[in-house]
Design a protein around this ligand. Structure first.
Ligand code: KIV
Ligand code: ZN
Length: 385
């Protein structure tokens, strides 16, 4: 038996906060429909009070997208909660995501407040949001650096006030996998009413640990994970949807599964990258251009003998048609022979050795060898009489 993990996608809210990535309502609907097809459970459509455009996008997404729960962000403020409730009015299933800072850093320097006042405001915000919708998620901002006993008190209080989900975010991407996992464990061990709500994790990638931290949170009992496609988001970004989903799928021993149709991961990644004008780094796990490309002779030889020598995921599982063998000056004879055969050429050993020498000389000059280059090499060596 494996446990179901709910995928809360915030590409259109936290992801869209990246400078230069803002989308029109029409573009947002297109991305939202793709995320629906991908199988996300909760879709955070925006932060309605932030601008009339964002408000309108949440309204239109609520009309167009009917399968996932549609969620809107609201600070623990009357006007935010009212505005979000209004923006969600057409949603078939809706959630208000409200919250406030939980670390002493945020309490003192962001809110100029005290733990007691924050606790009161949090309880008030959840109850107020509950007067509009049944499903209310509370975020304890900067929980990664919050005093653990205060975090326990806050979590218990907001669940008591009716929160259906409590989000424990590592807002600054500060935690290490074991410290974040221990936080979630502590919450489960000390919050008396913890089983009346779902615990969610929302990790940022400032130290490149967002996916590892999220997985540790899930291993320690969280059952919702907040992610963005391609890991986009403020600063170094959010947890990547494709990474956590494929970690769960690849490591069945974790006994965690999602509803994601993984074959749509790559098309969704391309759409988000294109719409948000945010290129994906070539070595990005799962969806980068080089994620299934083999370029050194040793790897190519091993891969050609058996793909699993160098691949832990079949690229087709994530919607990438095939792996690639890239021909460079680091490639070996086996890769050259393989490529030539695909192009319809077959050579005896001595001929291939000769061809390989010429290929290496050219690759040193050109870096990357294309099929046209190979065709020219063959034509030079064996001119048609
Ligand atoms: O990173 C964070 O803490 C957030 C909250 C608003 C949920 O994005
Ligand atoms: Zn965030």
């Amino acid at each position: 038996m494996s446990d179901r993990v709910y995928i809360f996608d915030t590409t259109l809210r936290d992801g869209e906060q990246v400078p230069g990535c803002q989308l029109t309502t029409k573009e947002k609907i297109e991305v939202a429909l793709e995320l629906q097809a991908l199988g996300v459970d909760i879709l955070e459509a925006g932060f309605p009070i932030s601008s009339p455009g964002d408000f309108n996008s949440v309204v239109e997404i609520s009309k167009a997208v009917t399968e996932p729960v549609i969620c809107g962000l609201a600070r623990a403020k009357k006007e935010d909660i009212e505005c979000t409730a209004e923006a969600l009015k057409f949603a078939k299933r809706k959630r208000i995501h409200t919250g406030i800072g939980s670390s002493d850093m945020h309490i003192k320097y962001k809110f100029n407040s005290t733990r007691e006042k924050i606790l009161e405001q949090a309880i008030w915000a959840v109850k107020y949001a509950k007067s509009f919708v049944e499903d209310v998620e509370f975020y304890a901002e900067d929980a990664g650096r919050a005093d653990l006993d205060f975090l326990v008190k806050l979590t218990e209080a907001v669940i008591g006030a009716g929160a259906t989900v409590v989000n424990i975010p590592d807002t600054t991407g500060y935690c290490l996998p074991h410290t974040f996992g221990n936080r979630i464990k502590y919450v489960f061990e000390h919050v008396k009413n913890v089983h009346q709500a779902t615990i969610s994790v929302h990790c940022h990638n400032d130290l490149g640990l967002a996916s590892a931290n999220s997985i540790e949170g899930l291993v320690n009992g969280a059952r919702q994970v907040e992610v963005t496609m391609n890991g986009i988001g403020e600063r170094a970004g959010n947890t990547s949807l494709e990474e956590v989903v494929m970690i769960m799928k690849t490591h069945q021993d974790l006994k965690l599964h999602t509803n994601i149709n993984t074959k749509l991961i790559y098309p969704t990644s391309l759409l988000v990258s294109e719409m948000m004008r945010m290129p994906v780094q070539p070595n990005k796990a799962i969806v980068g251009k080089n994620a299934f490309a083999h370029s050194s002779g040793i790897h190519q030889d091993g891969f050609l003998k058996h793909a699993e020598n160098y691949e832990i995921i079949n690229p087709q599982e994530v919607g990438i048609p095939s792996s690639s063998i890239v021909l460079t000056a680091r490639s070996g004879r086996h890769a050259l022979k393989h490529r030539l055969e695909i192009l319809g050429y077959s050579f005896e050993k001595a001929e291939l050795d000769d061809m390989y020498k010429k290929f290496i000389a050219l690759a040193d000059e050109k870096k990357l060898i294309t099929d046209e280059d190979l065709q020219e090499l063959v034509a030079e060596q064996y001119p048609v009489k």
